[in-house]
Design a protein around this ligand. Structure first.
Ligand code: ADP
Ligand code: ZN
Ligand code: ZN
Length: 725
């Protein structure tokens, strides 16, 4: 017996399709169905339906996966789609995010002969075909082995398989083990403050949904404490999810976990291979993976028995995704925890204002770690006024380091201690300009300057990846020696450091040098083994790493993030610089931090110097409250883009013409986006601002409903945007 089921596919659609399905499928079953010429994964959305499709057009479900999605996860999918105004199918795609989930063997299938001959299959004799048949007479082999053994191409194997002369057969299933832990292995003795925090968090384990902020300065032992809380969940044989910013997922974190529990956690990040993704996904839904640490996308994994979510470095702006589905993973983690009715821990030294306000209003609970672990002291932070202590030119060219910072670096080198210089800019220089005609080298696809990457002799666009060899003459006026680098990137700082301290072991770390998690781990290991004296890097440096011998941190341009007009520019600068400063003096020696600035009176910088987080937050809160900005009001961006400038503009005006008119709702724009052209698309932005009491999603839905945009126009909604570019 069969029935008609509505199946939601992993496509950018809200509607489910009708399929013929076995009688015993239920809502939440994962199925494989034909779609066009391909097969797609889908989710049974409704059963026992009637269809208007002609019987001939109705296709059938091919296969049903043995483990369904839980109702709590389906509720989560619906919530995420409706909150972020994303198609249900795309959110489902984030859940069914592994390829080939029906494949349950850990080894590729081997091929054997069926007994059918070439003649019977009406296939011509060819050497290639004979080689394969000959080989398989002796024993079955995998596709790769056949290709290696006979030198034939994939297509020969495909033809023989399709003709039924050879057939694949799955290898016997490997025994699948459940992750087990040795809780005593790396057990550490928590100090009183830590133990109290861990007990408090563990006590939440039986109380259903509740968010707790684990608030502690860098180096106070937050990781140790939340791992203790995880243990109480694991001891009940339940699953735990730890979300971290992708970059923090280095071997350092994983090693630490392994030392503690004698086993590796399951991992989820962009560097996994397809088969690692599939195996992890299966282990999660089959409840064999008990603890998983992952980047934001791990939030959508189909946990069978999730009982605790931890968001580490919860303030980190990279939890906001701006691709496919725009969502803030920290906020969605709260939703997931609510759907699953389980506790959530947000761990950070620099909570964002949203979290702070939720604590103040009693929505979230909080527990504090006030001091660094053992005798590690907070570093001394000092401001260097660049107007007074001007960097002095040297024979290598312009200087970016002031005399006091250079002196501190020298002393630290003499003492044999490690230093770190932070500048959040990749490459050698952010801009090349011609001194003779003023021409600036720009990306042909974006409204952005090209960054000089001298070490590889290229100019690169950081928005679209466009790159060219650095020209020897100005492309505008032909001047041979006019092109000049403007401003510093980390490469240029390294250049200066090497010129000033030729004896020091210097290294750069940025997303250009650390192109994989293992490359990052290598640098971190060299740093820990004292093979580096001065490490120069971008924000990659800031995340969670623990360098006990690092005692000096120099922030080359503390003003860099402050000038942005973005809603969160100040907050993110405060967080980033506090995190970077927090790298200093984590061992038994006190650390020093120097902030180079042109604005020594700036309030944000002074809050960092005095390590006065509440002063900063108070000021930030007042400003946002006054302007009804999040979390005291709501924002949503609507971004229009098209390869046709005219079409983009028309769509923007169409949106403006139908703008919602109601009290408590303000529309800013349309205006050309600050990055007007991005990857060859012209862009306009509109920003909708509403009071907190207004359902901004429904305002937008009503607004966009029925508007007819040209087919070459993309209209994207970003609820609570982080980027305004
Ligand atoms: P945070 O996450 O707050 O930055 P960590 O958990 O990374 O702090 O702790 C900082 C360092 O101190 C780590 O190397 C950690 O292993 C160590 N540490 C913290 N608490 C203890 C403890 N109770 N016993 C031993 N080592 C500890
Ligand atoms: Zn020129
Ligand atoms: Zn570009």
């Amino acid at each position: 017996m069969t029935q008609i089921a509505k199946i939601l596919l992993t496509l950018p659609l809200n509607d489910a399709f009708d399929y013929e399905a076995p009688e015993d499928v239920h809502i939440g079953d994962i199925v494989k169905v034909p779609f066009g010429k391909k097969t797609e994964l889908g989710l049974v959305w409704a059963t026992g339906q009637k269809t208007t499709l002609a019987p001939k057009k109705l296709k059938s479900v091919i296969q049903v996966f043995p483990h369904p999605l839980k109702p709590t996860l389906i509720e989560f999918i619906k919530w995420v789609a409706s909150y972020n105004l994303a198609p249900l199918g795309l959110v489902l795609k984030m859940v069914l995010c592994a390829k080939d989930i029906f494949n349950t063997s850990d080894v590729p299938p081997r091929f054997r002969l069926t007994g059918k001959t070439l003649a019977e299959a009406k296939l011509k004799n060819s050497d290639a075909r004979w080689h394969v048949i000959d080989l398989l007479k002796h024993a079955p082999y995998t596709k790769a082995e056949i290709m290696a053994g006979t030198g034939v191409s994939q297509s020969v194997i495909k033809t023989l398989t399709e003709a039924g002369i050879i057939e694949p057969f799955a290898a016997p299933k490997a025994l699948k083990s459940t992750q087990t832990f040795d809780f005593e292995k790396g057990k550490i003795i928590l100090n009183d403050e830590q133990q109290a925090a861990a007990d408090f968090l563990s006590s939440k384990q039986t109380k259903g949904f509740q968010v707790t902020l684990l608030d502690g300065v860098t180096g106070s032992g937050k990781t140790e404490v939340y791992l203790e809380a995880a243990i109480s969940a694991l001891k009940q044989n339940k699953q735990v999810l730890i979300l971290v910013p992708e970059i923090a997922l280095s071997t350092q974190w994983l090693k630490r976990f392994e030392n503690r529990f004698g086993v590796k956690p399951y991992e989820w990040h962009s560097a996994l291979t397809l088969s690692e993704r599939r195996k992890t996904w299966q282990a999660v839904i089959e409840n064999r993976a008990k603890i998983l640490v992952g980047a934001r996308s791990a939030l959508f994994l189909p946990f069978a028995d999730l009982s605790l979510i931890i968001v580490d470095e919860s303030h980190d702006p990279t939890f906001k995704q701006e691709d496919m589905v725009n969502y803030q993973a920290r906020d969605m983690a709260v939703v997931r925890a609510k759907c699953e009715n389980i506790p959530l821990i947000l761990s950070t030294a620099t909570p964002d204002l949203e979290t702070i306000v939720n604590v103040e209003t009693g929505k979230y609970d909080t527990v504090c770690l006030k001091s660094r672990y053992a005798c590690a002291l907070m570093p001394d932070i000092k401001i260097i006024d660049l107007k007074k202590d001007k960097p002095q030119k040297g024979d290598w060219g312009t200087s970016w380091l002031s005399p006091p910072l250079i002196e501190a670096l020298r002393q630290n080198l003499d003492k044999g201690e490690q230093s770190m210089l932070f500048l959040n800019r990749r490459g050698f220089a952010p801009l090349m300009i011609c001194r003779d005609c003023g021409h600036r080298l720009q990306c042909p696809n974006c409204s952005a300057w090209l960054t000089e990457h001298r070490s590889i002799g290229k100019l690169i666009c950081h928005h679209c990846g466009y790159n060219v060899v650095i020209p020897s003459a100005c492309p505008e006026c032909g001047s041979q020696d006019g092109l000049t680098a403007c401003g510093p990137g980390v490469e240029r700082i390294a250049h200066e450091v090497k010129a000033r301290f030729p004896q020091a072991k210097t290294e750069i770390i940025s997303s250009d040098t650390a192109t994989s998690l293992s490359a990052i781990s290598d640098v971190i290991a060299r740093m820990q083994n004292r093979q580096i004296d001065i490490l120069i890097g971008t924000q990659i440096l800031a995340k969670g790493h623990h360098f006990p011998l690092l005692t000096l941190v120099g922030i080359v341009d503390a003003d860099l993030g402050l000038m942005g007009s973005d809603l969160r520019a100040q907050e993110q600068t405060f967080q980033l610089l506090s995190q970077v400063s927090g790298r200093a003096g984590r061992g038994d020696k006190k650390g020093d931090v120097y902030l180079q600035t042109l604005y020594p009176d700036n309030k944000v910088l002074n809050a960092i110097v005095h390590q006065d987080r509440s002063a900063f937050l108070e000021q930030e809160q007042t400003t946002r409250q006054m302007l009804f900005l999040p979390p005291f009001g709501k924002l949503a961006a609507v971004i229009v883009s098209s390869s046709s400038e005219d079409a983009a503009q028309k769509a923007a005006y169409l949106l403006a013409k139908h703008a919602p008119h109601m009290s408590g709702v303000t529309l800013l724009g349309p205006a050309p986006a600050p990055i007007y052209m991005l990857r060859s698309k012209f862009r306009y932005r509109l920003l909708l601002k509403t009071l907190k009491t207004i359902n901004i999603q429904s305002v937008i839905k009503t607004w966009l409903h029925g508007l007819d945009f040209a087919s070459n126009v993309k209209v994207e909604v970003d609820i609570d945007p982080y980027s305004f570019m």
